[in-house]
Design a protein around this ligand. Structure first.
Ligand code: ADP
Ligand code: MG
Length: 406
């Protein structure tokens, strides 16, 4: 173990007095913008396991006697020890230390949503959480997983079907609770190719679909009403001629933009104010495009405008304009490489995997039937209009993900 990591782990043990009696910290397994995650061994594992066996034999779904749960001498923010009612205690846990830079309401939101999602196998459950003054740790079962970069290039279409069946099962569960994850990307879906299943983690940016930030957006309106509003808008009248207006006194559009570069749906980029769970479907589509094209990261923009340029290059100006209109805004560009009609996803995949010589009449290895099916599914995830985009539940019924009858 790296000496600096050892130092961090000691600090954590100092902050959370008593944590040593319950968990043995092993190593650091993740470090992000909002948290550090450690692998640890649950020292009370034997207790729980024995208790569980007795309960299981009697088929009683009750938790182990409270006295054995030796509460750690600190405030429990949310004590989820009834978790033991549902399944075995894991021997190894992931301890997620949430940075103090996260606002208290953000931390509470993450724990609250995780608590709501208990019972779904595809979502990493919360065991318990502790707070000491402004510091919070969440305890989760440890899930063995492989780094995405190690397997995505080798995946066959069959492997992709297994991966995405698992991911969309998790999304269907989350969305059925009216929750948007907002940060779907490979590092937040812990997948183990051998086990052929994964779990969704990191609800740090997640929110409820009918959350307080939601204001009506034009995308819920009829086409004529929307068109009327947009053509009458200041933006449409002043137009982009001569570039951006210099002294623009209009209030800027505000919408939740939380998420990761390259995985943001067009409606997030266009600052739609009532974003739905469909933003997660788009992000899942970006993962599929990454795997099919064998390029990671596929989109590599520095900001939202660049991200729009990347998307527009694929989908073309015409569809981007329609998409902008949907959210009550306009899309204009004079970048010569962005064509009117864009490119077929199939072509992009052929180019990025070097199976196409750029139309020089040489050998081209076309997509096979299974790959074409994957592309058809990808097109459903990349529907620019969120209302037309496939839902997680529908996705599980799509030919690409549907389990074959034996
Ligand atoms: P952040 O908000 O910092 O991104 P995450 O919850 O995504 O926090 O965790 C960061 C990393 O820690 C993950 O990408 C993963 O590698 C590891 N990790 C998180 N939870 C678990 C878990 N339950 N089991 C194993 N590893 C985990
Ligand atoms: Mg994460």
């Amino acid at each position: 173990v790296d000496p600096s990591v050892l130092e961090d782990m000691e600090k954590l043990e100092e902050t959370f007095k008593g944590i040593k009696d319950r968990f043995r910290l092993i190593n650091r397994i993740g470090e992000g913008t909002f948290s550090t995650v450690y692998k640890a061994e649950d020292l009370l594992y034997e207790h729980y396991d024995n208790d569980w066996d007795i309960e299981e034999k009697e088929n009683k779904w009750t938790s182990p006697p409270l006295k054995k749960q030796r509460r750690i001498g600190m405030d429990a923010l949310a004590d989820m020890d009834e978790y033991a009612q549902q399944r075995r205690r894991p021997k190894y846990v992931a301890i997620k230390k949430i940075y103090v830079t996260s606002s208290p309401s953000r931390i509470l939101n993450e724990l609250d949503l995780l608590n709501d999602l208990r019972g779904f196998d595809s979502v990493c459950p919360l065991i318990t959480a502790f707070r000491h003054t402004d510091q919070v740790v969440a305890v989760l079962p440890y899930f063995r997983h492989t780094d995405f970069r190690e397997y995505f290039r080798k995946m066959t279409v069959d492997d992709m079907q297994i991966y995405f069946r698992s991911l969309f099962t998790a999304l269907a569960a989350v969305h059925s609770k009216g929750i948007i994850h907002r940060d779907i990307k490979p590092t937040n879906f812990l997948y183990e190719p051998d086990k052929r299943r994964g779990v969704l983690v990191d609800f740090g940016l997640a929110e409820r679909e009918d959350g307080p930030d939601m204001k009506p957006c034009l995308c819920g309106e009829g086409v004529t009403e929307r068109r009327r509003r947009v053509t009458n808008s200041v933006a449409a009248q002043t137009g982009p001629i001569g570039g951006y207006p210099k002294n623009d006194s209009r209030p800027s559009r505000r919408a939740n933009r939380a998420g990761t570069r390259g995985f943001r749906a067009p409606e997030v980029l266009f600052k739609c104010t009532d974003q739905s769970s469909k933003i997660d479907i788009w992000s899942a589509g970006v993962i599929l495009l990454t795997i099919l094209s064998r390029r990671f990261p596929f989109f590599n923009s520095a900001d939202d405008v660049e991200a729009m340029i990347e998307i527009a290059t694929i989908f073309g100006v015409k569809r981007m304009k329609q998409c902008a209109l949907l959210h009550g805004t306009v899309f204009e560009t004079n970048i010569p490489t962005i064509g009117d009609r864009g490119f077929l996803l199939e072509k992009i995949i052929l180019w990025s995997t070097c199976r196409n010589d750029g139309g020089k009449g040489g050998s081209e290895i076309p997509l096979d039937a299974k790959e074409k099916l994957a592309v058809r599914f990808l097109e459903r995830c990349f529907e620019l209009d969120p209302n037309k985009r496939i839902s997680a539940e529908e996705a599980l019924e799509h030919e690409f993900l549907k389990k074959k009858e034996e």
